[in-house]
Design a protein around this ligand. Structure first.
Ligand SMILES: NC(=O)c1ccc[n+]([C@@H]2O[C@H](COP(=O)([O-])OP(=O)(O)OC[C@H]3O[C@@H](n4cnc5c(N)ncnc54)[C@H](O)[C@@H]3O)[C@@H](O)[C@H]2O)c1
Length: 279
């Protein structure tokens, strides 16, 4: 067995080459949302879930992302189903659930929510200026969609005998990060939703947790002014002075998806090099 830091820095290909797939998620079926491209956190998570033996169903927001997804999936040697899901389009949720029922009739075990959106204008300057429409859009897509998606998928998880739901958050939910603005409010709503959903679904052995990630250069992050300062800030001031990768988030998601975390629910797990403990 290798040291922890080696594990997190190795890619799926390295693991495969060395025949070290652990199989922590053998037999489990995972639905992963939010893959826009190879830099997406959801792609790091999808790769880690695959590495551990999970079967994958991925969702894409639109045709542009479907193209990226198809390219990424050419490197994966097991079949992966992909389904259209735009959480701002009411009609698509029903269609998504119907298709999921057909693809996974015995139920799904894991749901990854890695979705966020806010208007660019609301991610700079003063939070004070946030419009009603901007607020509503950010909160609907980035926070309410977790409740909606959970409501759509939990009957399938119940069928599977329980499951694990994981969302992605950021410490801008509890602290002021200049320019993060309405997304900070959306993340606060998301984190609170995690706790209420965890309470609602605990009796069904469905767990609901979030990973609070340190900064990662992704498409969504590029929309927030100051991502470079955040990356720099980790190297300058975090207890572990290194930035995280999407592989590190994938490994945390494996833990939260696996039976090793079966009594952990309603929790926010920080994967941020320890930044959140700093004053
Ligand atoms: N990148 C970071 O530094 C960072 C840090 C902490 C948390 N997060 C969170 O991680 C999650 C993933 O973001 P990312 O950084 O990987 O960026 P990303 O741009 O790669 O992913 C964002 C995803 O949201 C999806 N999305 C947006 N609107 C949607 C809609 N209406 N319907 C369905 N999907 C929609 C996009 O298709 C995209 O795949 C987000 O919740 C984000 O807030 C990111």
């Amino acid at each position: 067995m290798t040291q922890g830091s080696d594990i997190s820095r190795r890619s799926l290909k390295d693991w495969e080459r060395q025949g070290e797939i652990l199989g922590l998620l053998d037999g489990k079926i995972a639905v992963v949302s939010g893959i826009a491209n190879k830099r997406s956190i959801a792609w790091g998570i999808a790769r880690a879930l695959l590495r551990e033996g999970a079967s994958l169903i991925v969702t894409y927001q639109n045709d542009r992302f479907k193209e990226n997804l198809d390219k990424l999936l050419t490197d994966v040697d097991v079949p992966v189903k992909s389904l259209l899901l735009d959480v701002s389009n009411d009609g698509l949720m029903t269609e998504f659930v119907n298709q999921l029922e057909v693809i996974a009739p015995k139920g799904v075990d894991i749901l990854v929510h890695s979705i966020a959106y806010a208007d660019r204008n609301d991610l700079e300057g003063r939070f004070l200026e946030t419009s009603r429409e901007g607020f509503s859009m950010a909160l609907t897509v980035s926070a309410y969609s977790l409740t909606e998606l959970t409501r759509a998928v939990y009957p399938s998880m119940k069928k599977a005998g329980g499951g694990s739901i994981i969302a992605m958050t950021y410490q801008g939910s509890t602290r002021v990060m200049p320019n993060y603005n309405v997304m900070g409010v959306a993340k606060a709503a998301l984190e609170s939703s995690i706790r209420y959903l965890a309470f609602d679904l605990g009796k069904e052995h469905i767990r609901v947790n979030a990973i609070s990630a340190g900064p990662v250069k992704t498409l969504a992050a590029a929309g927030v002014k100051g991502i470079s300062q955040a990356l720099h800030g980790t190297v300058e001031g975090a207890p572990i002075p290194e930035n995280i990768s999407t592989d590190d988030l994938g490994n945390a998601a494996v833990f939260l998806s696996s039976d090793w975390s079966r009594y952990i629910t309603g929790h926010i797990l920080f994967v941020d090099s320890g930044t959140h403990i700093m004053g």
